[in-house]
Design a binder for this molecule. Sequence first.
Ligand SMILES: N[C@@H](CCC(=O)N[C@@H](CS)C(=O)NCC(=O)O)C(=O)O
Length: 221
Amino acid sequence: MGCSNSTGQVNDIQVKNKDNLVLGYWGLPLRGQPLRYILELANYPYTETKYTLSQATDWFGKDKQELELDFPNLPYLIHGDFSITESSNIANYLIQLTNQQYLQGEGQDKYRVDNIRYVCDELTAKIFSSTLQKEEEKKNQLETQILPKIQQLQKVLGSQTSFFKKLTLADIYAYTALAYFKKTYSKEYQQFASDFDPFLKRFEEIPRIKNYHQSERYKKL
Ligand SMILES: N[C@@H](CCC(=O)N[C@@H](CS)C(=O)NCC(=O)O)C(=O)O
């Protein structure tokens, strides 16, 4: 049975007016970014705890123990007296909370959406880990792990500006991965620009995404 919550939406998550939603993650895009986009697309109020690499002890030496999460990790979500980790789990919770089930796609497309979602989640993590490597290993990871996935995405996207007819999680996760790839490997990105630039642009032009990208919430990342 559904219930009305403080934002007037109807779903089966009981939300009390005073429940503040807190997203904890590094002050970086990466695994936290799709979660922010889901919240921004719904215009759902949330606050963030952004940890910095220079003050990583705020997480590792303090909150990781003190927040009493069952499985302490970043990102985490705290919603009133409810808390969870695992980024995909958090994404699913936020979709339900904000009534944006359309983002998951319909019928068999749901599984194709998730296919792109999980490939892109891993791709984002691989791009990040490659940046921590020395030059030779970085090049090796780029060629063997990153570029093949980028090429596969290019083939699946084709000449479209979104992966499905409507906006889905596939676009959110692919945008996160491709924008990060463009920033990190701008030279290598050029060969894909004619296909991916229109895709990136379309996502950036969604009014709530545009507002978010211009806001302090995004700029402070
Ligand atoms: N499977 C987890 C992986 C989480 C993860 O690897 N978190 C990294 C950042 S992306 C981290 O720094 N975790 C903090 C920690 O290990 O305490 C998820 O999807 O949330």
